[in-house]
Structures are given as structure tokens and as C-alpha cells.
Design a protein around this ligand. Structure first.
Ligand SMILES: Cc1cc2nc3c(=O)[nH]c(=O)nc-3n(C[C@H](O)[C@H](O)[C@H](O)COP(=O)(O)OP(=O)(O)OC[C@H]3O[C@@H](n4cnc5c(N)ncnc54)[C@H](O)[C@@H]3O)c2cc1C
Length: 408
């Protein structure tokens, strides 16, 4: 079995396939775990059933795109390419679709732990996981009221939440600004304190179990009567029997070559890292007003945010990272020093906020596992488990109909 892409999704697929007895090879063009899976916020977002497009998005998006301070960005050169995505996004924001999408996302999220537990245990990687919860914070009544629908959607999908006032929030997180007047505590959310080190520990375990990593860029396929027989790469061709395509946002052109068109776009997020501070943040913090998240990581405090639609490999615009930095400082005024690093990663996003997980409609020996948008870290474990179930012909733990590759 050959898995294309060694981000967190490909690595989890590879490990679950090994557990089912497959001899697995990972083909990766760069370093494992160094693309989008490197610099995310680290949350296992089990409370994040809420999709990107909510009712009313059509009214909000144009204004947001024109506002230079907004967390939503679209490069003008990218407009023609992204237009079909945005049209589908608006369609996905109808209330009945939103309810169905949230339920589908939640059907994966409830298996987050089951998907990861054997992998984390097998790799002895529990040191990279923290169980202190997450807090959403609000600096105005209007923002809190604006979140009512999304909070209710979470509640209806079984998420446990405690509503707090500003003082209660600061008792739990003393570093928070005085401007925070309301908060929602999500005690059951866990996270990794270093997504790259977690992925690296899993990669090391994959190798220890006999897995092979080939450094090559897949550029196409030799297709026989039964499906792909070779990967065409920037080096020598690679013979394959079965293939998992898990190349994050770069899966789109490869899926197309395999006969499946998907409206996958790069929704690029940014982070800034601050050196360790003399105060702690116990939980991950998410600000609705500012669209930034902050969390204490292994090497300091990481602030993340922004959804910039642009080509995945277009140069990063670090002025956007500076916006994240300014909002992080306003939310946690004690943050000292200039960021030690700035980073951009392309989230692989579909307009209906659901990944593609399933067998290729065209080729029986190909499985797809990509498009996990803001939740690829969270959903990687269960995605790998589902791919392994499909490959062995077992009934799947989750109904995969909502994630079909040919749904678009
Ligand atoms: C700022 C930010 C914050 C985020 N926070 C969270 C969070 O808190 N929780 C969460 O669950 N998710 C979060 N995410 C989303 C998460 O990071 C992604 O969904 C996830 O990393 C996607 O993983 P992946 O394996 O699909 O893609 P990637 O990590 O991008 O991996 C794809 C791999 O495929 C390789 N590849 C591509 N093309 C080829 C080719 N042709 N040949 C060979 N190899 C190839 C690439 O080199 C890469 O290593 C966040 C994302 C960002 C940007």
C-alpha cells in the first residue's frame, strides 16, 4: 500500500494500515509533517462541528473581503479561480445544509480519541498531548450574541460548555485582558503542545514497524485496466498496487488525474510564535471578536488565525501574520517581545467544510483522504482508521456517505 503525503493525515492512514497488516510506503516530496501539519494551533477540536459557512455568510463576506483588518482575505489574482468555491460556500450556508454538515463533521469528531489512542500509545507520544480544555472569549455582548447560533449548534451536537462572565474567565486564565466580558469553557477539548513533534513521533513509530518513506514528488500516474500501476515522480517511477491520496491541498490536481474533480482550495492560515513568557496559559484561547487563537506550546506561545484564499504555494504575506500578533497582544496584554517566528500553512478546504474520505469512484485500488480544512489534526486519527477499514473491506465505523469524493 502506498500513501501519497506524509502530513498528519497520511501518517495516520499509514499507521492504521500497518495495524491491519499492510506493508506501507509513504511517498513525500519534502520532510514529513513540515507543511500544514507543522504549525497549526494544536487543538483536537472535538467541539468544532460548526462549519465555515453559516447562514448569513453572503451578507458578511463581501464587506469582510474589502476590510483590510478582516481575518478573511482573498488575493485579487486568485478571484477567478476561487469564485466557484465561494458560490458553493454560499450554497452550503443554507440552514438545512448547515445542520447536516455539522452532524457529518460531528460523526467524525466523536471518534477523535478512538482514532488516535492506539497510535499515540504505540508511538509513546502521550507527552505531546495536554487535556486542559479550551476557552472561547468575547469582548462584547454583540459578539457573544452573534455566536449564539454556533453555540447552540454545538450544544445540539452534544458538546459540553460552561458559560462564564469576564471575571470567572480571568480567574481561570489570569493573563486575559480586562476587555473580556464573557467566555465559554470547553473542558473536554484536548490538544497537542507541538503538532510537528507529535507527527514526528508517529513517523518514527511508522518506521519502527517496518514502514518505508520515499522522498519524491508525485506528478502523475501510469494507469492500467485495474487503476494506477505506477506513480510518476520527479525521480524514478514507483510501482504501486493500492494508493491512498493524502497530499493535503495538493491532492486536487492528483485527484483530477485520477478522474475525480474536487473544489479544494488553499485557506491559508498564519501563526506567530512568542518565546516562553513568565506567565502561563493553561488552556487554548479562541477569540471570536478577533478571530485569533492562542495556546501555550512546547516552545512558547503560539497565536494563529486568518483565512487567506490564494494559491497554496504563493509567497506568504507576513503582514497578515503581524495582524495575528497585534490581536494576540490585545487579548493577552502581558505578551512580551517580538515573535521569534512567523509561519503560513495552507488548510485544505472544501466549500462544504467536509473532507473527502472514500474509495475513488473511478479506480478500486485508490482511496482518498484529504480536505480536512481547520480540523485535519483532529480528524487524522479517525480518517486513518476509516481508510484502513475500507482497504480491508470491513464495515466502516462512520457512515462515509457525507464524505464521498463524487458529491460535488
Ligand atoms: C493556522 C492554522 C491553525 C490550525 N489549527 C488546527 C487545529 O487547532 N486543529 C486541527 O485539527 N487542525 C488545525 N489546522 C488544520 C490542520 O493543520 C490541517 O487540516 C492539516 O495539517 C492537514 O493535514 P494534511 O496531512 O492533509 O496536509 P499537510 O500537512 O499539508 O500534508 C500534505 C503532505 O503531502 C505532501 N505532498 C503534497 N503534494 C505531494 C506530491 N505531489 N508528492 C508527494 N508528496 C506530496 C506535502 O509535502 C505534505 O507534507 C490548522 C491549520 C492552520 C493553517
Amino acid at each position: 500500500m502506498t500513501v501519497i503525503g506524509a502530513g498528519i493525515v497520511g501518517v495516520c492512514c499509514a499507521l492504521h494500515l500497518q495495524r491491519e497488516g499492510f506493508k506501507v510506503r509513504l511517498v513525500e516530496k519534502g520532510e514529513p509533517g513540515m507543511k500544514t501539519s507543522f504549525g497549526n494551533s494544536g487543538s483536537f477540536g472535538t467541539a468544532s462541528c460548526v462549519p465555515f459557512a453559516l447562514p448569513g455568510v453572503l451578507k458578511k463576506v463581501p464587506g469582510m473581503l474589502l476590510d483590510s483588518e478582516s481575518p478573511l482575505k482573498l488575493r485579487w489574482s486568485h478571484v477567478p479561480k476561487a469564485l466557484p468555491f465561494f458560490l458553493r460556500l454560499v450554497e452550503a450556508s443554507r440552514p438545512s445544509r448547515v445542520e447536516a454538515i455539522a452532524a457529518a463533521r460531528n460523526s467524525l469528531l466523536v471518534h477523535t480519541h478512538a482514532g488516535y489512542a492506539p497510535l499515540i500509545e504505540g508511538a509513546d507520544a502521550a507527552q505531546w498531548v495536554d487535556h486542559n480544555g479550551l476557552m472561547m472569549v468575547f469582548e462584547s455582548e454583540a459578539a457573544f450574541e452573534g455566536a449564539a447560533y454556533a453555540l447552540d449548534l454545538r450544544r445540539r451536537n452534544g458538546v459540553h460548555m460552561d458559560i462564564l462572565d469576564g471575571n470567572e474567565a480571568r480567574q481561570m486564565e489570569p493573563a486575559l485582558a480586562r476587555s473580556v466580558i464573557k467566555a465559554v469553557s470547553l473542558p473536554d477539548v484536548s490538544r497537542t503542545i507541538d503538532p510537528f513533534r507529535l507527527t514526528s513521533a508517529l513517523v518514527q513509530d511508522f518506521r519502527r514497524r517496518g514502514g518505508e518513506i520515499v522522498t519524491a514528488e508525485v506528478r502523475g500516474f501510469a494507469i492500467g485496466s485495474e487503476g494506477p500501476t505506477k506513480l510518476l515522480t520527479d525521480g524514478a517511477p514507483i510501482d504501486v498496487e493500492q494508493v491512498v491520496l493524502a497530499a493535503g491541498v495538493w491532492s486536487r490536481p492528483l485527484a483530477r488525474q485520477l478522474g475525480t474533480s474536487v473544489p479544494l482550495e488553499a485557506e491559508r492560515g498564519y501563526h506567530v510564535m512568542f518565546a516562553p513568557q513568565d506567565f502561563g496559559l493553561k488552556r487554548a484561547l479562541v477569540s471570536a471578536d478577533r478571530s485569533v487563537s492562542l495556546a501555550h506550546m512546547h516552545e512558547g506561545i503560539r497565536a494563529t488565525g486568518v483565512a487567506e484564499f490564494a494559491a497554496p504555494d504563493a509567497p506568504a504575506d507576513m503582514r497578515i501574520a503581524d495582524r495575528v500578533m497585534r490581536h494576540a497582544r490585545a487579548l493577552v496584554p502581558g505578551l512580551r517581545g517580538e515573535p521569534v517566528s512567523r509561519w503560513m500553512g495552507p488548510r485544505p478546504s472544501h466549500p462544504d467544510s467536509k473532507p473527502v474520505i472514500g474509495r475513488s469512484p473511478r479506480h478500486r485500488n485508490v482511496f482518498f483522504a484529504f480536505g480536512h480544512d481547520h480540523l485535519g489534526l483532529t480528524m487524522a486519527g479517525i480518517t486513518g482508521k476509516l481508510v484502513a477499514e475500507l482497504a480491508t473491506g470491513q464495515p466502516t465505523t462512520v457512515d462515509l456517505a457525507p464524505f464521498r469524493p463524487d458529491r460535488f
